[in-house]
Design a protein around this ligand. Sequence first.
Ligand code: CP
Ligand code: NVA
Length: 315
Amino acid sequence: MPNLAIQPLAHKDFLTLAQLTRAEMEMLFDTAASFKADPSAWKDVLRNKVIVLLFEKSSLRTRITFEVGTAQMGGTAIFMDHQKVKLGERESLRDYGKNLECWTHGIVARTYKHRSLTLLAQETSIPVINGLTDFLHPCQALADYFTLREARGSLEGARICYVGDGNNTCHSLIFGAAKLGIQITVVAPEGFEPSSRVVNEAMEIARETGAKIRITDDLEAVKGHDAVYTDTWVSMGQEAEAEERLAIFSEYQVDDEMMEQAGKDAYFMHCLPAHRGAEVTPEVIDSGRSLVYRQAQNRLFAQNAILIHTVAARG
Ligand code: CP
Ligand code: NVA
């Protein structure tokens, strides 16, 4: 482990990128890069620490990367499946948090309601990390900007275009771009734009950081970006709306033509799981432009950095 004392994030928890400063985001990127370059240097940083994972929804990447990351740093991860019994149902979130803080040192939670996550964070003294809610997906967006930084060499002047549903992933990408002072264009059909609460807060942040944020339903706006990002049109919990959504979003599929329009060197990004033939064609996601597996790989390093600057930094 590097000799320097580990700096904690100003907030106990990692709930949203809107809570971070740009300097904190840069610190997380630097730690992620340092971990990626030499994992063995961090092998004891979570020794004797226990991280509990509370998941109300399915997961591959988030679960595995937090479990692997905790093990790489000498800690123990415990997975609690809350798909059947949702958080707060068997006992109150306060009792849950107060119990967990007796035995464990950090919580990663994936919940439907964002409020379940914030309540849990409020009621416990240990760090709570957002592993996705209906509203936000900040671990994903942090790893995505880390990936874009790596691919471009820097985030200076980066322009990202998100096409599709203005969902949790989109919200966190907007907050990330606002904090980093870069450009984000969201192209979403009418009625499926990102939440105005997110957009207004991000615009406020952008006033200070110089970020450029544009929300439109015009597909022409894809022109002139370094990366085109999309996500599923049917997020977890929206299965009943699948048919209606697939019809509404069909024009917003990312295909070769859209990628060419974005820019001849534009990258393709997706948080996964992907639906080839729906939000993206196989030709795009499986092409040399695609960063999707690098994004997945970097979830591990970005989240290790989060654990380091929350749980490990608290000693
Ligand atoms: N991208 C992402 O969060 O994947 P999982 O749902 O598999 O964790
Ligand atoms: N928007 C998707 C992201 C999955 C990682 C969902 O919430 O299902």
